[in-house]
Design a protein around this ligand. Structure first.
Ligand code: TMP
Length: 202
């Protein structure tokens, strides 16, 4: 099984992944946690190039291709072999990030981004996408503006959010929307219950 986590910046995605990991360890359910861009030596190097604030000249096309290159490596080196071994793979961001950020917010368009990613994906699609559904206005922006993407405008992140909502509508029920509670443990239970209901975890 292949599960992805998606959402705008500052919605508590990392915290929720940490809580899910703790739950799976406590209940002896092995899972492989990875992130995009990254999680292979080559993909981590590509991540550094993409997110380096010095790379201000990077065009939207280059950005989309670099995310796809990082993905192509991760899919072949890690995700497909793990799925073949019958493991549960949980990935922090995947193709829907490219559609929301590069397709909608950067304005490359959904079709162009899908085309760029066709070779990267090897036909792989998530079985479930956990979307932490908080708009940028509601999200907790903690003032960290460290990487190149985090330095984008409020308008950019509004477009990212709108992109996710459109992508969810088009995804035939693959997305589960989690509206975060103020209590992170309540949110974590919502996620665990959604995964249980689909037979992905116990
Ligand atoms: P992170 O902060 O969740 O680790 O993700 C890195 C940044 O990269 C985040 O701002 C979202 C962005 N991103 C894209 O724009 N397109 C993509 O395909 C992926 C995977 C991430």
């Amino acid at each position: 099984m292949f599960v992805t986590f998606e959402g705008c910046e500052g919605v508590g995605k990392s915290t929720q992944l940490k809580l899910l990991k703790e739950y799976l360890i406590a209940t002896s359910q092995p899972a492989l946690f990875i992130r995009e861009p990254g999680s292979t030596p080559i993909s981590e190097q590509i991540r550094e190039v993409i997110l380096d604030p010095k790379n201000k000249e990077m065009t939207p096309e280059t950005e989309a291709l670099l995310y796809a290159a990082s993905r192509a490596q991760l899919v072949r080196e890690v995700i497909l072999p793990a799925i073949m071994r019958g493991e549960l793979v949980i990935c922090d961001r995947f193709i829907d990030s490219s559609i929301a950020y590069q397709g909608y917010a950067r304005g490359l368009g959904v079709d162009e981004v899908k085309k760029i990613n066709e070779l990267a994906l090897c036909s792989l699609e998530p079985d479930l996408t956990v979307f932490i559904d908080l708009s940028p206005r509601e999200a907790f922006r903690n003032g960290h503006l460290e990487d190149r993407l985090e330095q984008e405008s409020d308008e950019f992140f509004e477009k990212v959010y709108a992109g996710y909502i459109a992508q969810s509508k088009a995804s035939n029920g693959r997305f589960v929307h989690i509206k975060p509670d103020f209590d992170k443990n309540v949110t974590s239970n919502m996620i665990i219950n959604a995964m249980r209901a689909r037979g992905i975890i116990k």
